[in-house]
Write a protein that binds this ligand. Structure first.
Ligand code: GRF
Length: 208
């Protein structure tokens, strides 16, 4: 069974969905570790409920960011991590970690990339920008992670209709429902080896 490590910095609703779909067998992988940005975030409580060990990534406690990343990489290796799923992780992932998990690290973004992504586009900033744009659809994107925010190949995406009178919070609620659908779907495809990259695009192999 392959191991999935989830990185979270907040409430952890996507982390919870991943734990539930792993427990039910829908995602053919085991959630082996939560990497948390702080010990007191919502995701840590969820980890406790699902008996998932927690590693707190605290770069301030190391002489340099590089040392912190080396320690994190070591923890991932010790836990036999095969895949990484970022779920509300705010820090940029260092090159050393990205290159240790080629096409094995994914992120979920609460908008339809390549729009409304990049540095500073997280949480309510995304939904406020969508609302300002006047667009009548938003959605969620699961993409591979590279060294730049929200720029890796798109793996799975789904749109949801929004109304121009929706508040950013209402857009966020609609999008979150979609996130909870497509993240387990994307991880299932990835762990079943049905995701291929060719000609700079992701090709999804249909189920047999
Ligand atoms: C989600 O909207 C996700 O797309 C974004 O951060 C939020 C995390 O929410 N990257 P949660 O912590 O999974 O509830």
């Amino acid at each position: 069974m392959k191991n999935i490590t989830v990185f979270a910095s907040g409430r952890g609703s996507n982390f919870q969905t991943i734990c539930e779909h792993s427990a039910s067998g829908y995602i053919p992988g085991n959630v082996n570790l939560l990497v948390a940005s702080k010990p007191d975030i919502g995701a840590c409580g969820i980890a406790e409920r699902f008996s998932v060990p927690v590693y707190v990534y605290a770069p301030k406690e190391f002489p340099s960011r590089q040392d912190a990343d080396r320690a994190l990489l070591h923890a991932l290796q010790e836990h036999d991590t095969d895949y990484i799923a970022l779920a509300g992780w705010l820090k940029l992932i260092s090159t050393d970690i990205v290159s240790a998990f080629p096409f094995r690290m994914v992120n979920i973004h609460p908008a339809l990339l390549p729009f409304f992504g990049g540095k500073g586009m997280y949480g309510h900033h995304v939904h406020e920008a969508v609302r300002k744009s006047g667009m009548q659809v938003s959605g969620a994107t699961v993409h591979f992670v590279n060294e730049r925010y929200d720029e890796g190949h798109i793996l799975l995406q789904r749109a949801v209709a929004i109304s121009t009178t929706d508040t950013p919070d209402e857009i966020a609620d609609r999008v979150l429902k979609i996130e909870h659908e497509i993240y387990p779907e994307a991880l299932k495809l990835l762990l079943e080896d049905r995701v291929h990259v060719a000609d700079n695009r992701v090709i999804l192999e249909p189920a047999e």
